[in-house]
Design a protein around this ligand. Structure first.
Ligand SMILES: Cc1ncc(COP(=O)(O)O)c(C=O)c1O
Length: 456
């Protein structure tokens, strides 16, 4: 029995990713998957618990390398999705070599002991933040968010938080309490108390000033946060992504400076969740560096595991190293040497392959092409980008799906966010020629969809 109701489907469309049940999906399957893939997909459906966004699966993969993933039949998709883990692409030879080397010596680190890759990674990450930060590692960013929330409560003695509607910080109970997407919050019963939410800042489609005139508005979005801080004296932290990664939603100029100052005035910590944005995605090592504001706590994840291992980090200012013998994380894989080796090698690759510059250069190429598409195709309402990530906004959800499946047919994979945003996040290591191929596939899909629209 299919438990995904029409209502839930509709809500899923507005959230983190594209939905997995639609007529476009069914049609795509009929035309694109082989009998062998269908058999494995049926097995997958039989053996996994079903949930939104990840069930049923689209295709069966057998390999990934560089910018591509490959299915059972050897068809390759350029992966502009990659769950945002693939800043250095898939199976980067240096990561594979480092992990192979590490596997042959210390493959795990029992509690009570430490290891050199873990110490070096903590030190390198602090250095990249300008010094003065300590780390705790965890197997995923959801648990790093949990540690950040606990640490904020402990060091401030307060418990409330301010976070943003439409945000995502992971799917556990504490993370969905501060998260703001209904698809994750519905049907699970009571969430954490004291989680206040504010509308996300959005310099393109602001709910405070729909005409988008941020100057005239004088940062009402930031002042709203201060308004709460003025009234609620027990807010331990403001937690947010510096910009919403899936919707590529930059805040207006001055937003984070204003919020940082308001937090300082009220003794509230500022937590940036850079799970998907860190390590060069925005053409800076950390996305908050675009806003010239430093967080008290910083969450890193996804690409930190080199596109291979599940790994995340909480960085906290040295002054918050005060909880002594209270447990913050206590994760089995807290100092996993393989994960730490992967993290170190990612940092080396970003430095040696000059990936921050590359993200800027390729990001500009992608942006130019998308701006051209914006002028050419009426169905595109907006294009947003920062570094090598872009959001292409279409005028309706159905069209977004149609375009995505057309692209998948032709070998380009990406995800849809908030119903109508095509979210494009290629590896920072992608070849220029591969980027051009991907953009040509997208352009062709826009032509096909536009022609179909004219005919109907
Ligand atoms: C901003 C943000 N925070 C937290 C998470 C959760 O990360 P993980 O799946 O590693 O727990 C995600 C995952 O998509 C994310 O995008």
């Amino acid at each position: 029995m299919n438990h995904i109701t029409g209502r839930n489907q509709k809500q899923a469309r507005k959230g983190e990713g594209d939905i997995n049940i639609s007529h476009h999906r069914e049609q795509w399957h009929k035309q694109n998957t082989s009998a062998a893939a269908d058999r494995w997909l049926a097995e997958d459906k039989k053996h996994f618990l079903h949930q939104s966004l990840s069930t049923p699966c689209l295709d069966v993969l057998i390999s990934c390398s560089g910018s591509s993933i490959e299915n059972l039949e050897g068809k390759k998709y350029l992966d502009f999705h990659g769950n945002s883990v693939h800043q250095v692409g898939f199976s980067h030879p240096r990561i594979v070599a480092a992990l192979t080397d590490q596997l042959q010596s210390l493959s795990f680190c029992t509690r009570r002991y430490t290891n050199i890759p873990a110490i070096e990674l903590a030190s390198r990450l602090s250095e990249l933040m300008g010094g003065g930060y300590r780390a705790l590692f965890s197997p995923g960013a959801t648990s790093a968010v949990g540690m950040a929330l606990k640490l904020s409560r402990m060091v401030t003695g307060r418990f409330k938080t301010i976070s943003m509607w439409d945000s995502f910080h992971g799917a556990s109970l504490d993370a969905i309490s501060v998260g703001g997407e209904s698809i994750f919050r519905e049907g699970v019963g009571p969430l954490l108390t004291g989680c206040e939410h504010v509308p996300p800042p959005d310099s393109h489609h602001c709910i405070f000033k729909p005409d988008g005139d941020c100057d005239a508005c004088e940062l009402r979005c930031a002042r709203y946060i201060e308004y709460i801080l003025d009234r609620e004296k027990d807010v331990c932290a403001v937690i947010a992504e510096p910009l919403r990664c899936t919707a590529v939603n930059p805040p207006p100029a001055g937003f984070w400076r204003y919020v940082r100052d308001a937090c300082d005035k009220h003794g509230t910590l500022l937590i940036f969740d850079e799970t998907a944005l860190c390590l060069g995605r925005t053409a800076k090592m950390f996305a908050h560096q675009h806003y010239d504001v430093k967080p008290d706590l910083l969450i890193l994840g996804k690409g930190l595991g080199g596109g291979i291992l599940p790994f995340a980090a909480l960085l906290a200012k040295d002054e918050f190293n005060t909880v002594g013998h209270t447990a913050l994380g206590h994760y089995t894989h807290e100092k996993n040497p393989l994960c730490c080796r992967a993290g170190l090698e990612v940092l080396n690759i970003i430095r040696d392959e000059r990936l921050l510059l590359r993200a800027e250069y390729l990001g500009a190429q992608m942006r130019n092409a998308l701006d051209r598409f914006h002028t050419r195709f009426e169905c595109i309402t907006d294009v947003r980008s920062l570094g090598l990530m872009a959001g292409v906004y279409l005028d309706n959800d159905d069209l977004a799906e149609e375009i995505m499946y057309e692209c998948l047919t032709n070998g380009l994979s990406f995800k849809i966010s908030q119903g109508k945003c095509l979210t494009l996040t290629p590896p920072l290591t992608i070849d220029e020629s591969e980027l051009q191929v991907a953009l040509a596939i997208l352009e062709q899909a826009l032509v096909v969809a536009s022609n179909r629209k004219i005919k109907t």
